[in-house]
Design a protein around this ligand. Structure first.
Ligand SMILES: [Ca+2]
Length: 229
């Protein structure tokens, strides 16, 4: 098998994974079983006397590892950011199965430090009541009011559906700090950076359009970044 064909196969498998979106229940495990095509190509490559396909796989594995290391370093820096704080309170437009309090998928699952380990449906994240209902929001309160410079939204399922981020000023008025097309993919932070606010804020509202990314859209945690003076 030549390199081009192998790359094509890998691209198709990856595209299928992306299109699969984020689902609840046993079906959510389906994407994990996708690799047969990759495994088949790898074994074909291994049985071939031509090692070019094998080295192609090695290159892909090395690239994947490098990306994972970079991501781990970035996550570590965010978790230890002295100017970052995690939400202590949250309410939402709706929640899966009307979850409240400490129940799985409740708004409170988006408070505290991130605790979802891998991309996919997880009760340790907030999920709205329906998958593709449209506009939903998550409203979070933080321990300290700060002059804010960034909001980091950790998306953990159906990433890319955030359309607006607001922070509330000292009079409780919402100020839009970002609106647009969220580029987030997979399990990642969506970093929303903006000019340092002229007011202190301890409250953030995230608005999603759940219909723009098919499947469940879930948020694991939200960090507010800023200084007290
Ligand atoms: Ca969480």
């Amino acid at each position: 098998m030549n390199d081009r064909l192998l790359r094509g196969l890998v691209a198709v498998v990856f595209a299928c994974f992306l299109v699969a979106g984020c689902r609840k229940g046993p079906e959510a495990a389906a994407p994990a079983t996708n690799p047969p095509a990759t495994a088949a190509s790898a074994s074909t490559a291994a049985s071939s006397s031509n090692s070019s396909a094998t080295s192609g796989t090695d290159v892909a594995a090395a690239a994947a590892k490098a990306a994972a290391v970079e991501s781990a370093l970035k996550d570590d820096a965010i978790k230890n950011d002295p100017d970052g704080q995690w939400a202590i309170q949250a309410k939402a437009s709706s929640s899966y199965q009307d979850a409240e309090g400490a129940a799985a998928w409740s708004a409170n699952q988006a408070t505290g430090a991130p605790n979802v380990e891998k991309y996919g449906d997880d009760g340790k994240a907030w999920a709205p009541k329906s998958q593709d209902g449209g506009i939903e929001w998550l409203d979070l309160t933080f321990p300290k009011a700060v002059f804010a410079t960034e909001v980091r939204v950790r998306e953990s399922c159906g990433s890319g559906a955030v359309i607006k981020v607001e922070v509330f000023d000292e009079k409780g008025a919402p100020r839009v700090v970002w609106a647009g097309n969220d580029p987030t993919k997979e399990l990642n932070y969506f970093p929303v950076k903006f000019d340092k606010t002229a007011y202190k804020t301890d409250r953030v509202k995230i608005t999603l359009a759940t219909n723009v990314v098919p499947g469940w859209n879930e948020i694991d945690a939200v960090q507010l970044v800023g200084k007290e003076n």
